[in-house]
Design a protein around this ligand. Structure first.
Ligand code: ADP
Length: 456
């Protein structure tokens, strides 16, 4: 593989560690950047070289592109991997990295820009024959919004056009609630994203979040690596992910994956990407968005397909064709991931700041732990509070559940509160075991049971 000699990883935590590992397996040298708060962090210690990038605030370090480009030059790195978050879906930053003579390990900036603009992304999806809910244009006129809401039928959900992270989304149960939901959505959109525009979809209260992992290369190949189901969420944010989804028949899987591949081919997508869908109880599905990055939950796909997604990203960025064709992709067994956040689940998932006085990840057959912390690491206010991902693989779903439960039971994390106990609780629930999952199940039903169990 005509790869790079040296790659700069413009990230921290578990994803930086993950990328360093992929590089090392390919014999590629690694350059880490570390904020002053991360001088002793796992990713900084693991890389071949580490440069201080600036102060603890992301804006001073991990989002300090001037400094990062300086480090790239000084270290002689040829390419930059953005991981997820930070610069991963910032088209202008990707372009600057390219203009500096470096390779951006991700899709082309125009694809990032297209998919980052929800209105244009929805147009692209519709153009590729993928169902979107609620039409495509961006809406600022209340009359237009009312008429589309009538068309799709209540309840509806309003979302910021420039949004992400579940922020600012508002549900209107009926026409009477629409004006208020619209005002709130526009106000939050303006405050969080500097743009008050919103769009509208049918709100599906009993939906599943199904996403398709894709890989594309510069030779026009696009391959999908099956679905992940990420329906267990809090505040529209994922907590548990698995593959395959119990909700998909082979026919439905082909339809959803086919839609994702059409969209990716339509934009000549390169690198790893994910098309997200919402699947209703009747088997109807519609496009949510496309994430133009490696995702947190990618290990689930790696466990069932045996394809190393970060390695493929490195190959594709070096101009190589994908190492897998669609015909090669075979899914085997079942994988489930639980995200371990330093959060207090009993206090509305409040981040739990402090020092990890103990951190003993689980081991044993079929278990993978991706983490960027060790005993003594600090969880600070500056960065995402996810401390680890625990993934279990086994031949079928019940066995994978048992294995992940075993692993979480073994795991020790002390000094901060984490979602480990909640993860264990979810795996033990009858509804989860029967595959009765929806994006609202955790908040509307399971959390109350968890709280009750915690207080007895
Ligand atoms: P973001 O880009 O902010 O993450 P998404 O559009 O990807 O927003 O949606 C995130 C989550 O919000 C989904 O996984 C789902 O739980 C919920 N959601 C989004 N759209 C709808 C909808 N139309 N009906 C019901 N739930 C939705």
């Amino acid at each position: 593989m005509a790869a790079f000699r040296k790659v700069l990883i413009a990230n921290r935590g578990e994803i930086a560690v993950r990328i360093i590992r992929a590089c090392r397996e390919l014999g590629i040298g690694t350059v880490a950047i570390a904020s002053s708060a991360d001088a002793d962090a796992v990713h900084a210690r693991l890389a071949d070289e580490v440069y201080e990038a600036g102060g603890p605030k992301a804006a001073e370090s991990y989002l300090n592109l001037d400094r990062i480009l300086e480090i790239a030059k000084e270290s002689g790195a040829e390419a930059v991997h953005p991981g997820y978050g930070f610069f991963a879906e910032n088209a202008a930053a990707a372009q600057r990295i390219i203009d500096a003579g470096l390779v951006f390990i991700g899709p082309r900036p125009d694809a990032i820009e297209l998919m980052g603009d929800k209105v244009r992304a929805r147009e692209a999806a519709r153009g590729a024959g993928v169902t979107v809910s609620g039409g495509t244009g961006s809406l600022s006129d209340p009359d237009a919004i009312r008429s589309i809401a009538r068309e799709v039928g209540f309840p509806v959900i309003l979302k910021p056009t420039a949004g992400g992270g579940g922020i600012g989304m508002q549900i209107a149960e009926d026409e009477a609630g629409l004006d208020k939901a619209l005002q709130t959505a526009q106000r939050l959109a303006k405050a969080s994203f500097g743009n008050a525009d919103v769009y509208l979809e049918k709100y599906l209260p009993n939906a599943r979040h199904i996403e398709i992992q894709l890989l594309g290369d510069a030779h026009g190949n696009v391959t999908h690596l099956n679905e992940r189901e990420c329906s267990v969420q809090r505040r529209y944010q994922k907590l548990v992910e698995e593959s395959p989804s119990v909700a998909l028949t082979p026919v439905l899987r082909e339809r959803i994956a086919g839609a994702a591949v059409r969209l990716a081919k339509g934009v000549r997508y390169t690198s790893a990407g994910t098309v997200e869908f919402l699947l209703g109880p009747d088997g109807e599905f519609f496009f949510l968005e496309m994430n133009t990055r490696i995702q947190v939950e990618h290990p689930v796909t790696e466990m069932i397909t045996g394809v190393d997604l970060v390695r493929e990203q490195l190959r594709v960025a070096a101009g190589e064709p994908l190492s897998v064709t669609q015909a090669d992709v075979a899914a085997r067994g079942h994988a489930i991931e639980i995200r371990i956040y330093a959060e207090d689940a009993l206090r509305n998932f409040l981040p739990s700041i402090g020092t990890l006085t103990a951190f003993a990840p689980p081991l044993g057959p079929g278990v993978r732990v991706d983490s960027g912390v060790r005993e003594g690491s600090a969880v600070t206010i500056y960065y995402d509070p996810m401390v680890a991902k625990v993934i279990a693989w086994d031949r079928d779903r019940p066995a994978a559940i048992a294995r992940l439960s075993r692993a979480l039971g073994e795991m020790r994390v002390e000094g901060v509160k984490t979602t480990r106990e909640l993860g264990l609780f979810i795996l033990g629930l009858d509804a989860f075991q029967r595959g009765q999952v929806s994006t609202r199940a955790l908040e509307t039903d399971w959390m109350a049971k968890f709280k009750e169990a915690a207080h007895t």
